[in-house]
Design a protein around this ligand. Structure first.
Ligand code: ZN
Length: 275
């Protein structure tokens, strides 16, 4: 008779690496990201916004790739973005998206928008317009010469905006920078996790790889991340495979990557209770 027929200890980290995930992130027992886990993409530009392809061409490519959803995030016209879509173009795009969705059961085009935050972190778009989109990606592409504290406060204000679901480009623009970061990323990541705002990981193969300690820190804080490659032409949709490979190599858990989630969970994440 053996005395050691006890159940093995429950794993305390990701199965593949044993990464000691923080309790708050609820990622224990979840797998590392595989390419096939990516269900859709959430940062994509079309010919409405200088992209190479129209909605129909780019959605056809997404369907060919086996994706379940694709978020269109053309920029809106504001004082900071003169080339963005005006309200008439937004309305036309929404009609076109609805028509494509009606003809493609099992696939969903989402109507998002990429918006550059104003210098104070607010969004230069009225709330009624914002509420008509499925989700909003806020960016801080222009630093306005701001010091670290001002830039940090601006980013925090952006993620605390109830209309914002994704903070765009921070891993590409800040987390790959050599030397000291221009803002307090720990504070921004904490705010994003608290506000349930996902943070993009730059998956463009030609770009420098993200600083993975920061990505893992976002995961430790319980925040969601998004594999994003800021697509401007249909052929670049496949770059998500590179992003999946990078995130797997970094030991990030599938559950924390927003675009490994199915459409229903994704829409739940985008629903803003206070809106
Ligand atoms: Zn973009």
């Amino acid at each position: 008779m053996h005395d050691d027929l006890t159940a093995p200890d429950e794993p305390t980290g990701c199965r593949d690496t044993g990464w000691p995930c923080h309790d708050a992130c609820d990622v224990r027992h979840f797998e590392l990201v595989r390419q096939c886990d990516v269900r859709g993409l959430l940062h994509c530009h079309t010919s409405y916004d200088g992209g190479a392809h129209g909605l129909r061409e780019i959605s056809d490519t997404a369907i060919e790739l086996g994706l379940d959803y694709l978020g269109i995030t053309d920029r809106l016209r504001t004082d900071l973005c003169a080339r963005g879509l005006n309200p008439a173009a937004v309305a036309r795009q929404r009609e076109e998206i609805e028509a494509i969705n009606a003809g493609n059961p099992g696939f969903r085009l989402l109507h998002g928008a990429e918006i550059e935050t104003a210098a104070d972190g607010s969004l230069p778009v009225d709330e009624q317009s914002l509420s008509a989109f499925d989700y909003v990606v806020a960016t801080l592409a222009t630093d306005h010469g701001q010091d670290s504290a001002t830039l940090t406060n601006r980013a925090v204000r952006a993620v605390m905006n109830p209309f914002v679901s994704i903070l765009g480009h921070p891993f590409g623009d800040y987390m790959t920078m050599p030397g000291e970061l221009p803002l307090d990323l720990e504070t921004v990541l904490q705010a994003a996790a608290q506000a349930r705002v996902a943070v993009e990981i730059d998956a463009i193969p030609a770009h420098r790889e993200p600083e993975w300690r920061n990505c893992v820190r976002a995961q430790e804080l319980g925040g969601r991340l998004v594999i994003a490659s800021d697509v401007h032409r249909a052929a670049r949709l496949g770059d998500y495979r590179h992003g999946a490979e990078l995130t797997r190599h970094a030991g990030l858990c599938c559950r924390q990557i927003l675009n490994t989630q199915g459409l229903d969970e994704l829409l739940g994440f985008f629903s803003r209770p206070s809106c």
